[in-house]
Design a protein around this ligand. Structure first.
Ligand SMILES: Cc1cc2nc3c(=O)[nH]c(=O)nc-3n(C[C@H](O)[C@H](O)[C@H](O)COP(=O)(O)OP(=O)(O)OC[C@H]3O[C@@H](n4cnc5c(N)ncnc54)[C@H](O)[C@@H]3O)c2cc1C
Ligand code: HEM
Length: 262
């Protein structure tokens, strides 16, 4: 719960932060990537270029601040982000980096309006959100038996076939151990090494039911200007025998066990 002194300040500054949210996020990412270039591999380069991730982060922090003030529950949003973060292997210590750069971006964009008291109040919002996400992500990782040091593991492409003229299915098998259990509707994060362009990770829904010796994903390559990085790589270049990095299954948009006809 937000302290009452911070609640007053957050309520007063929310309109200014909301108006500058995309600028704040853009400044934040530029500062963070300049200091931590390795994080570029973690984030979707297409989303960075077209602004989607800027809007996602800004929207989430503002929605969380509003929920702290109004008491309206945002648990479904927290769950959705936590599943995505858990599938990417986001670590608790990375929140310190994000928090520091985010707060410094708020101060840079809003200038002298950000007094030490304003900074403290928004720091409190950030950490209330962060602690909730870290707890949810840790729990999810433990439930899925993830080794925090290796959240994505090497899997081999053991099959590849066209599903339609614009969709390809991959059959993937872990290099060690068995295929983890999943619920219909869950996804895995798949990371590929792009020739000369670093590593990129994307989410793909598991496209068959549980109980197989290999896990199937079905990918529709995004064609456009430019072509989608990962879907294009999977459709055009990945072949049987190649290795990709795959997460455990995550995602809470699933069918309940006791649901009768959908
Ligand atoms: C939970 C979940 C499940 C999913 N399941 C599936 C699934 O089962 N099957 C499936 O096919 N997809 C699925 N997706 C989508 C998938 O994760 C990818 O988003 C999709 O494959 C596109 O990724 P990409 O790397 O090919 O495209 P990206 O490289 O991320 O490009 C995405 C868009 O951004 C544009 N873009 C890229 N770079 C730039 C730039 N420099 N400037 C301007 N625009 C740019 C591209 O033209 C494209 O339109 C799922 C997503 C989620 C979140
Ligand atoms: C309170 C802090 C944070 C908030 C509010 C937040 C919010 C979000 C949101 C809303 C999304 C989009 C979720 C979706 O698509 O369903 C997202 C994705 C993501 N987050 Fe966070 N996040 C936070 C911390 C972090 C940290 C610490 C890292 C690691 C450095 C991180 C890395 C990512 C990555 C890599 C993605 C996927 C981005 C992409 O595919 O472009 N986030 N986050």
């Amino acid at each position: 719960m937000l302290s009452s002194s911070s609640a007053t300040i957050v309520a007063a500054t929310l309109p200014a932060v909301r108006a500058a949210a995309v600028d704040i996020s853009t400044t934040f990412y530029a500062g963070m990537f300049a200091e931590h270039p390795a994080l570029l591999d973690l984030f979707n380069r297409g989303n960075q270029a077209n602004g989607d991730q800027q809007r996602a982060l800004a929207g989430a922090v503002i929605a969380y601040a509003e929920s702290l003030l109004s008491g309206v529950d945002v648990d479904p949003v927290v769950r959705r982000i936590a599943h995505k973060h858990a599938s990417l292997g986001i670590r608790p210590e990375q929140y310190t980096i994000v928090g520091r750069h985010l707060l410094s971006a708020v101060a840079r964009v809003l200038g002298p309006a950000v007094t030490p008291a304003v900074e403290t109040a928004w720091d409190e919002v950030f950490w209330l959100f962060a602690v909730r996400l870290i707890a949810a992500e840790t729990r999810l990782g433990q439930q899925q038996g993830v080794d925090p040091a290796r959240p994505l593991e090497p899997w081999r492409v053991v099959g590849k076939y066209a599903e339609a003229h614009d969709a390809v299915s991959l059959l993937l098998a872990p290099e060690s151990g068995g295929v983890p259990e999943h619920r219909p509707g869950q996804y895995v994060t798949v990371a590929v090494d792009l020739p000369g362009a670093g590593r990129q990770a994307r989410q793909y829904t598991i496209s068959h039911g549980p109980g197989h010796s290999a896990l199937r994903i079905t990918v529709r390559p995004v064609r456009g200007t430019p072509d989608g990085l990962v879907s294009g790589h999977i459709a055009d270049r990945l072949t049987v025998g190649d290795t990709v990095a795959v997460s455990r299954p995550f995602g809470d948009l699933t069918l309940d066990d006791d649901m009768t006809p959908v």
